[in-house]
Write a protein that binds this ligand. Sequence first.
Ligand code: SF4
Ligand code: SF4
Ligand code: SF4
Length: 345
Amino acid sequence: MTIATITVNGLELTVDSELTILQASMKKGIYIPHLCHHNELEPVGACRLCLVEVDGNWKTLACKTKVYDGMQVKTETDEINAIRKVALELLIADHDTDCLACAQNTNCALQRVADHIGVDTARLARMKPREKVLPVDTSNPFFDFNPNRCVLCGICVRTCDEIVNVNAIDFAYRGLGTKVAGFGDKPRLESNCVSCGECLVRCPVGALTEKNYQRPVSYVKTVCSYCGCGCGLMLGVRNNRIVTAKGEPGNKASDGKLCVKGRFGFKYVNSPERLRHPLIKRESGFVAVSWDEALDYVAEKLADSKGESFAAIASAKCTNEDNYVLQKFTRSVMQTNNIDHCARL
Ligand code: SF4
Ligand code: SF4
Ligand code: SF4
């Protein structure tokens, strides 16, 4: 790592010279307003809010400019603040600011930017109000997209491209009509979106929100139960129920990412239809029995089915050891090679 010594607002900092001004400042706890920056994505400099002054004579975007030894940065000057104010006002004038009804309230990057820069309501009132309310796309079964709360930061677009490699969405139309959309501006469900929710978790405002979202009071760390990848899960809990899930940051298997099953497929845990006892089908229908009775019943039936009439399909939800035991059981006890695994289906 090469080190650079820079000065930010008169404070001398020793930082990694590979970092941008924004990354270096944020690492040292100096906030520079921004909306379109995300540490896992390539910077694009779209929101123009992270403008800073360098060496007293030029201005640049902090998210796009790497530090160098001896660099002098000012994150606040009268001129920069005036420019930022206009950029912010244009965003807010075109924004549905019903914060109390928004899932992102108190956790919103636009609120933080507005809090930092300051909003002059008299100046805002002079701006042309929003012309139309765009329809909310509720087609996806797991999350909604409200374009009226979108700040066009492009984080979702870049996430879908750079991280998920699906490219389901992009910017559509031009100028004031610009919006994020799938091909042909059809409902999200009709795009090639795989509903992984990676865009949702990175959206800095309340434009992409989980359906029926409830803010959890605590998180429990666990491993996803769906497949053999073993992704790290953080289950959000409220009132002893799982209300949301997110990837475990830094997990060696999944690096904080999840697929649709791990992120949204937790409702079975609290489902009243969940099986809690073994069931045997009798003439009267399914009857709840003890585990001993169920296991004796299965053993008896299996004993009658040895040889080629038997086949077993192992599961990616089981451990390697469980799968090993199943193939051993199939070959040695059931006396057949008819053994397969769901990963090949
Ligand atoms: S996205 Fe942020 S600013 Fe907009 S309504 Fe939601 S909380 Fe308020
Ligand atoms: S949910 Fe996943 S696939 Fe769908 S748009 Fe978002 S990032 Fe792309
Ligand atoms: S939906 Fe969210 S992440 Fe995507 S552009 Fe709008 S504000 Fe940014």
